[in-house]
Unconditional design. Structure first.
Length: 423
């Protein structure tokens, strides 16, 4: 091959692979189409195995994750993450299909995904790849399965969930894996986007385990963002809104630990979500809890530090033209890291939030969940027993609170779906 022909071929190859490295929303959705986030899972650093039925690496195995979509459309693309990885991730064939909740593929729905026209590749450290769009009709609240084959050793850096892991070999096109296991393991896919005929505004729920839905019934999608999505879908005027859950259990505003701190991940996990129009921020209780716990790593933390972090996030959201609503911090007395001084800080933070200055509104989560007779504690019927997290009923109250304060007739977002979203 001549130098000129080699150069042209190299340029074409580089152009193809550059497409895979595009940020979300970078491609046009086609004539009259609009890309919107339909499911998202914040990237998470590589972690060690700390218990039974856990797996962190894969070799010559297929892995299947099932996700529930928050929006429907007629074209689909999938985002794979290695943004927080420690080494490049090599993957082989990837498929997507409609699925039962337990990972059994529905006949006639299987599609092979490509990345820059190729099946598989190596995602560099610090990068995310977005698949080539495919024609596939999907529906709101439908389950889809994303199956990835790892031909050699790989340690993905993704959110930990119970995934289906096959016996040795490439099984991504098979409907059922009768000999597979289901360990807690990192998921490579971190997002699914769909193309819709009309723009759909997105509300991002950003926070920690209370946003992620810890202590809700597993597999039932009963966290507050998911229950809010169901409420919106039931009301004709609001059903175009899409709710994306960007919670990470254990996450903090000011310090890394359970994932990058909120100040570091807010751009990727909130502002860059395709279609985002509004954000509900509920975070800070872990900062307070660990600041006054002997096992913590920060030492005492004043309310001003948390408020300063809020102001930073508010500035970022407003700079992008996105509305941001702050939730009051829910009770934590009785939890494993309770402390009277920490409770004073929580009350000071909540007093600042309730004044509602400089941001777009207040979500009164604390008022919805606290026991009127013991306002530093949850009502017993609405928590899961650890004095920190709601149960399904408590999450339903949170969803109703957001709906009443943002989407009821005359409220801030009741008519906001008529405008076009970002992305």
């Amino acid at each position: 091959m001549s130098l000129r022909r080699w150069s042209r071929a190299a340029a074409r190859t580089a152009a193809v692979w550059a497409m895979c490295l595009c940020a979300p929303g970078a491609w046009a959705a086609g004539a009259g189409g609009h890309w919107v986030e339909a499911w998202y899972s914040p990237p998470f650093p590589t972690t060690a195995v700390w218990g039974c039925n856990q797996q962190r690496t894969f070799s010559h195995q297929s892995v299947r994750q099932v996700v529930q979509l928050e929006a429907g459309g007629n074209r689909v693309r999938v985002r794979l993450t290695n943004e927080l990885g420690l080494s490049p991730v090599r993957f082989g064939e990837v498929t997507i299909a409609a699925s039962s909740p337990n990972g059994v593929l529905q006949p006639g729905t299987l599609h092979m995904l490509t990345f820059g026209g190729k099946r598989g590749g190596v995602i560099p450290i610090g990068k995310a790849w977005v698949s080539d769009p495919i024609n596939m009709t999907v529906h709101r609240f439908e389950n889809i399965a994303i199956s990835v084959y790892y031909p050699s050793g790989a340690a993905p850096a993704g959110h930990l969930h119970n995934l289906w892991v096959s016996p040795s070999g490439n099984h991504v096109t098979e409907a059922v894996w009768p000999q597979g296991g289901r360990p807690q393991a990192p998921e490579l896919a971190s997002g699914v986007e769909v193309s819709t005929a009309d723009p759909h505004p997105v509300l991002v729920a950003f926070g920690d385990s209370i946003t992620e839905g810890f202590c809700s019934t597993p597999g039932t999608h009963r966290g507050y963002p998911q229950q809010l999505a169901r409420l919106l879908a039931a009301h004709r005027a609001d059903r175009r809104w899409v709710v994306i859950n960007s919670g990470i259990s254990g996450n903090r505003l000011l310090h890394d630990g359970a994932g990058p701190k909120a100040l570091a991940r807010f751009q990727r996990d909130a502002l860059d979500i395709p279609g985002v129009r509004a954000i509900v921020l509920l975070e800070g209780i872990n900062d307070i809890g660990w600041a006054y716990d002997p096992r913590g790593d920060t030492g005492p933390l004043p309310a001003s530090a948390i408020i300063g972090a809020y102001r930073d996030l508010i500035r970022q959201a407003h700079a992008h033209g996105i509305k941001i609503y702050l939730g009051t911090l829910t009770p934590y007395m009785g939890s494993t890291y309770e402390h009277p001084e920490g409770e004073k800080v929580r009350e000071q933070v909540n007093a600042w939030i309730r004044r509602g200055r400089g941001f777009d509104g207040v979500i009164h989560f604390d008022g919805a969940l606290r026991d009127p007779r013991h306002p530093h504690h949850y009502r017993g019927a609405d928590q899961c027993g650890d004095d920190l997290h709601p149960n399904d009923a408590g999450y339903h109250l949170m969803a109703e609170t957001v709906y009443k304060e943002l989407f009821a007739p005359g409220k801030a977002l009741a008519e906001a779906a008529t405008g076009g979203p970002r992305g």
